[in-house]
Design a protein around this ligand. Structure first.
Ligand SMILES: Cc1cc2nc3c(=O)[nH]c(=O)nc-3n(C[C@H](O)[C@H](O)[C@H](O)COP(=O)(O)OP(=O)(O)OC[C@H]3O[C@@H](n4cnc5c(N)ncnc54)[C@H](O)[C@@H]3O)c2cc1C
Length: 431
């Protein structure tokens, strides 16, 4: 029922090509019914969903950076995940499968470049077979379309340069530029009459009678309700709004290499290793992008700034937040060996390439050049657990997206629906 309403609304709002950039509004309103803090793919999807349901509401998206989608949304693998990895019944499992389906439909309607190119997960030796079987069970339980087991020959047929003893093929996994998707969401939001205000970092959150007062870098806005979708800064804003400090966001930098053009033929679509099931990261993979580039990565290194696009960047406040969190030390006690491996990958290009050469043996250090890095906003619980699932919570008059790591970009439309449902329940929204 909702899908029909949504697609009818999409058709009505079909505006064609994605604009290159979102113009900065001359002024930011002083009042609105709904404020969305954070102009990444999640915040913009939430704004779009809320205004679609409440067409008479005044909605304002406040984004700190000069451009929307400046952080995780534009620094990632660009993979539309199919839902293989996640515990059945978890939010990730449900929202990824639904979100991928909706995202493909959205991209088709809007003419956003994407490709359902499929992916192969490769088991390199017999020690990985049990984990591969587990992935097959999870993917099947989650309803991942077309997922099937393949043997060594099957791997080579799909990816002639990959080698392994067994694999999984997910034909429904695809690629897209998530920043282009976010720009399209922003366009929808503005077309529906809402404001998208960039250069507007929210600094204070306080109660003001029957509304929330948000102090930002360009003034103050009073909002009836707010949804915070601030990625790597989600915990700080939640605490300012009165929420529990647990979980805290700890930044994990993910650096990529890219294949030189003459070696791109080593990869047809997407090749992944079998990941360690106790970590929320998928391991160094090889991904073809919508622009033809082939990336190797990402690493997963805990860093000293929530925007550590350069590995050496340290922000004392961020570092202190990480070090003062008891969960950090509990996590390090458990995962120090993995931490050392990640350090090697970050420091030694040969070690990084060797991780991918396990399943594409022809890959050599000379085949790669440095590419970009992203910083994952990963929630870390006080007990040292890297929080796997998406986490949403609320305080008075506000909802908080507290953990939206991968596959949140894939799942953005389904997350938005879930947040809007929650907002209706918690705040009895009707505009
Ligand atoms: C290396 C890497 C690889 C990934 N690969 C994939 C993938 O292949 N597929 C997939 O589905 N997902 C992937 N992800 C995850 C995906 O990118 C994120 O889950 C998704 O982008 C989260 O979107 P977001 O809007 O929550 O966060 P962000 O894009 O980080 O947006 C948060 C926004 O909030 C703004 N903000 C913060 N504080 C304030 C404030 N005080 N006031 C106003 N605005 C504020 C920020 O400036 C930012 O624009 C990957 C992530 C990384 C880092």
């Amino acid at each position: 029922m909702f899908a029909e309403t949504c697609s009818a609304w999409l058709e009505l709002r079909n505006v064609g090509a994605v604009p290159a950039e979102i113009p900065r509004p001359a002024h930011v309103p002083e009042r609105c019914d709904l404020a969305i803090v954070g102009g990444g793919i999640v915040g913009l999807a939430v704004a779009r969903e809320l205004i679609g349901r409440n067409p008479r509401a005044s909605v304002c998206v406040l984004e700190r950076e000069a451009e929307i989608a400046s952080h995780q949304t534009s620094h990632n693998s660009g993979v539309i995940h199919a839902g293989v990895y996640y515990e059945p019944g978890s939010l990730k499992a449900r929202l990824c499968v639904e979100g991928a389906r909706e995202l493909y439909a959205y991209c088709e309607q809007r003419g956003i470049a994407h490709e359902r190119c499929g992916k192969v997960i490769v088991a390199s030796d017999s020690s990985e077979l049990g984990r591969l079987e587990r992935l097959e069970r999870l993917g099947t339980a989650n309803g991942v379309p077309g997922l099937r087991r393949i043997d060594a020959r099957g791997i080579e047929q799909l990816e002639p340069h990959a080698r392994g003893i067994a694999g999984l093929h997910s034909p429904d996994t695809g690629i897209v530029d998530f920043a282009a998707v976010a720009r399209s969401y922003a366009h929808d939001v503005r077309e529906a009459g809402a404001t998208v205000a960039a250069g507007c970092g929210v600094e204070t959150v306080s109660a003001a009678g029957r509304s929330l007062r948000l102090g930002h870098t360009r003034g103050v806005i009073e909002a009836g309700h707010a949804v915070f979708c601030a990625g790597a800064w989600a915990d700080r804003l939640a605490v300012r709004a009165g929420a529990d400090p647990d979980p805290r966001i700890v930044p994990f930098r993910g650096a990529y290499l890219r294949l030189v053009p003459e070696r791109r033929e080593l990869v047809r679509s997407l090749i992944y290793p079998v990941p360690d099931p106790s970590l929320p990261f998928l391991g160094v993979h090889l991904t073809r992008h919508s622009d033809g580039e082939v990336l190797v990565g990402p690493t997963a290194l805990m860093v000293g700034a929530r925007d550590a696009y350069r590995v050496a960047k340290i922000r004392p406040h961020d570092l202190l937040d990480t070090l003062a969190w008891s969960g950090t030390w509990r996590m390090l006690a458990r995962w120090w060996r993995t931490g050392v491996t990640e350090l090697r990958h970050a420091a030694l290009r040969s070690a990084f390439v060797a991780a991918a050469a396990r399943y594409v043996p022809e890959l050599r250090v000379d085949d790669v050049r440095p590419a970009f890095a992203g910083v994952r906003a990963q929630a870390l619980a006080r007990d040292g657990r890297l929080v796997e699932d998406f986490v949403f919570s609320h305080t008075e008059r506000a909802l908080h997206v507290r953990n939206a790591p991968s596959p949140a970009a894939t799942s953005s439309l389904a997350i938005a629906r879930r947040v809007a449902d929650e907002a209706e329940r918690a705040f009895a929204l009707r505009h």
